[in-house]
Design a binder for this molecule. Structure first.
Ligand SMILES: [Zn+2]
Length: 500
């Protein structure tokens, strides 16, 4: 019998965690973090305690209590007889099939035991590796598992110390990753899995068709028809059309919305907005959305300006540059703006270069520091302040204090190129941004965005073409909308089991 258990991602946007079982094989379809549940219980200065993170998440329903699924170093540290240890029974899942590297799809993977394989695109692996190398805090063992709560001998003197990552390099376990390349079927136990690259607001997104003993299960992940890779999404739809689909697990983030801008029409709107601004243009957009970086770089170029990105983004794009199938900006069309941090002495000849660089010791991880200080051209806020009409500056919420140094002149503008806030956290952030903009005389933010998700009519079209027997709305707060588009829509609650 084939069973699907929905541990997250139903009746909510995010937190996708689905278990698919058939005879001897069990796979997870994404293993994401639920921002809404996280925000229900935690805050910036109230986090899960390191020694009991998995237990706290299970207590709040953010992770299901499944024996043999989680990393035993954490379980053992919390309780040497932890009830979720496998006790010889083996692992609870063979693999996690990853749609893409947004947190709401991969955020809980670091808590899985290291012998559970992963499957996804090559770009998804690179993005997870980027996260592993650059995340400042928290459990971030996406690609490699490092044993936690370990003591190692002191390097100097006697006694033991708590192990840090560099102490554990020889003991780390590389999580096995199956590259799901386009057009190939992968046999994973009882399943035959076919991956299809699709267009989304993050590079490397994949959708799947999984052959089970009860028929084909299709999982859309997150996708859209209005980015640079529409052809890829169309190919997935074509594959759905040509396959008997038993169950379609379909994202419905924007199920209640009409079609908005495409990435291409956004480019012309942005070009116009940038052209209208006589001084500085600042933009807030999802930092890892390479399509948006490309769109902004093209719009800036059309206005005789250059897009400035931050050091983390520059490192990110550099990691992705080897993938020829991605839509990335031309390296000549973007430059790096290095903000002032810490003592704020970068570029000050009164201080030795070594001291100047120390401004960034806690701001960026070592890999990013090595990358940016490797002879790259780094613009300073002063350079930009003096030539405001020459740049479009990436300026997210956590970077907005750079306005003090940029001193935007009259007729500058701030573009909000991301989705409208949908929760209290987001609304509060927007209110704060508005206060900053008001202080610096920038007026209201100008909203110009292209969504990463299907609109309502596009969702309807996908379902009509796929002609599945059953549709399960996922990644949506509007599952009821689907009922107008198909005769057998299963609106499920969290932890519900669907037998096929
Ligand atoms: Zn996504």
């Amino acid at each position: 019998m084939v069973e699907l258990t929905f541990y997250g991602g139903v009746n909510e946007i995010g937190g996708t965690k689905i278990l698919l079982e058939d005879q001897q094989t069990r796979v997870l379809l994404d293993w994401g973090l639920s921002f809404s549940q996280m925000n229900d219980y935690y805050d910036e200065f109230l986090n899960a305690r390191g020694f009991a993170t998995i237990d706290e998440y299970i207590a709040f329903g953010m992770l299901p209590a499944i024996k043999g699924l989680y990393r035993e170093d954490h379980l053992k540290h919390a309780d040497s007889n932890h009830p979720l240890k496998d006790n010889g029974a083996g692992k609870a899942a063979d693999a996690v099939i990853i749609s893409h590297a947004h947190m709401d799809h991969i955020g809980m993977i670091p808590f899985l035991r290291p012998d559970i394989q992963m499957m996804g695109s090559e770009a998804t692996y690179s993005i997870m590796s980027y996260l592993e190398q650059t995340m400042a805090a928290g459990v971030r063992d996406y690609c490699n598992w490092y044993p936690s709560f370990r003591l190692v001998p002191m390097t100097r003197g006697n006694g033991m110390k708590r192990a840090m990552r560099p102490d554990l390099e020889s003991e780390k376990v590389k999580r096995e990753y199956i590259v799901a390349s386009k057009g190939t079927s992968h046999q994973l136990g009882d399943f035959e899995i076919a991956a299809y690259p699709v267009d989304h607001s993050l590079p490397g997104a994949s959708a799947y068709i999984i052959k089970t003993s009860a028929g084909n299960v299709a999982y859309t992940g997150d996708l859209r028809f209005h980015g640079y890779d529409v052809a890829a999404t169309n190919e997935y739809v074509k594959a759905l059309e040509g396959t008997d689909i038993k169950a379609l697990l379909c994202e419905g983030t924007n199920a209640d919305e009409s079609p908005g801008l495409t990435e291409q029409s956004l480019e012309s709107e942005l070009t116009q907005a940038i052209d209208n601004a006589k001084k500085l243009v600042l933009v807030y957009y999802p930092q890892r959305d390479a399509s948006r970086i490309l769109t902004l770089s093209k719009a800036a170029k059309a206005c005789g300006r250059k897009l400035l990105i931050n050091p983390k983004q520059a490192f990110y794009l550099d990691m992705l540059k080897s993938f020829s199938n991605l839509h990335l900006p031309n390296t000549n069309d973007v430059d790096i703006l290095l903000p002032k941090k810490s003592w704020g002495v970068w570029g000050d000849p009164a201080f030795e270069e070594k001291i100047q660089k120390q401004d960034y010791t806690s701001a960026y991880s070592r890999v990013i520091r090595d990358f940016i200080f490797d002879g790259r051209t780094l613009l300073t806020p002063d350079d930009v302040a003096k030539a405001q009409e020459e740049y479009v500056v990436t300026c997210g919420f956590y970077e907005i204090n750079i306005l003090h140094d940029l001193a935007p002149g009259k007729n500058s503008c701030y573009i909000w190129s991301r989705s409208e806030p949908f929760d209290d956290e987001g609304r509060f952030e927007l209110e704060r941004v508005k206060k900053w903009l008001n202080h610096f005389g920038l007026g209201e933010p100008l909203s110009l965005h292209c969504s990463g998700h299907l609109s309502g009519p596009e969702t309807k079209e996908l379902i009509e073409k796929a002609q599945p027997e059953i549709v399960v709305p996922i990644h949506t707060e509007q599952p009821g909308k689907f009922e107008a588009w198909h005769s057998d829509v299963r609106i499920l609650d969290k932890n519900a089991v669907l037998q096929l």
